[in-house]
Design a protein around this ligand. Sequence first.
Ligand code: VTB
Length: 330
Amino acid sequence: MASITVQPELLLERILSLEIVRVTERAAVSAALLRGHGKEKASDQAAVDAMRRELNKLPIDGTVVIGEGEMDEAPMLFIGEKVGNKNGPKVDIAVDPLEGTTLCAKNMPGAIATLAMADGGTLLHAPDCYMDKIAIGPGYPKGTIDLDAPPEENILNLAKAKGVKPSEITAILLDRPRHADIIAAVRKVGAAVSLISDGDVAGVIHCAEPKTGIDIYLGIGGAPEGVLSAAALRCIGGQMQTRLIIDTEELRERTLKMGIKDAKKKYEIEDMVRGDCLFAATGVTSGAMLAGVKFGKHVIETETVVMRSITGTVRRVIAEHRQFEKFHLD
Ligand code: VTB
């Protein structure tokens, strides 16, 4: 039988793509135990603890570059925290152990546990600030959208590229007063608006999933969430442009310390995720992208999507967990 050789770094990367499923699964289950209890902080903390514990079992020399905040304010998974057992490659890790804490607290659709992993030094170290974003799915000519063009123009260009009328385009935005003008502009050209209360990592990914009916993401969300969704689009294709919103002197200083010299830079996916990456997300509550955690009498079921940019492979892993009480032992 012919032997199959895989380069050692690639083999590890392949193994890691399945290992990170464990990490998001366990964060999701831990958060879901508190689903609907109105306890945003407690469910977030549960997800953080589980994610940190699982990350520390991985054969990586990891650095959290997108995390739960700066070291002094977030004792766990803070930006700069080292994770992993050091027995492996240097990697950058972006985490959002519970994306949509409010969604989880209120048991509303769309809460996920998510992370991205890439070679050390290749993920944008974004501060915890706002980010202006625009994104579409794969298959369109480069330049179909532009962050600096008016929303009307982006919708019309996208409709043309898709070969449909503007009325057949749906834009997704966070439901925030700051988006009133964009929403009005999108509707003025006849397109539909889909509003989400939280969870814009999934919002961006929806653009690349035809079943969601979403064509374009517009508006301002969190910068950490922006880098996570850029990692997903790097794997599955699509276009995204972003710009950090650095509107105070204090933020300006913080971003400078993080190595961001040009505060007004327009980022493409390749600027936010400068090399190959892995992305995983597990549903906490059910949403358009993923089913939420289901607690049976003897089995806990999770659904995870895991992506790898080297091959563009997307796997959906439906796992049945038994003996959940032993989760932290292996
Ligand atoms: C988004 C969304 C998050 O924050 O990034 C949003 O993805 C942006 O901030 O789930 P505002 O809530 O201040 O608009 C969340 O809604 C919560 O972290």
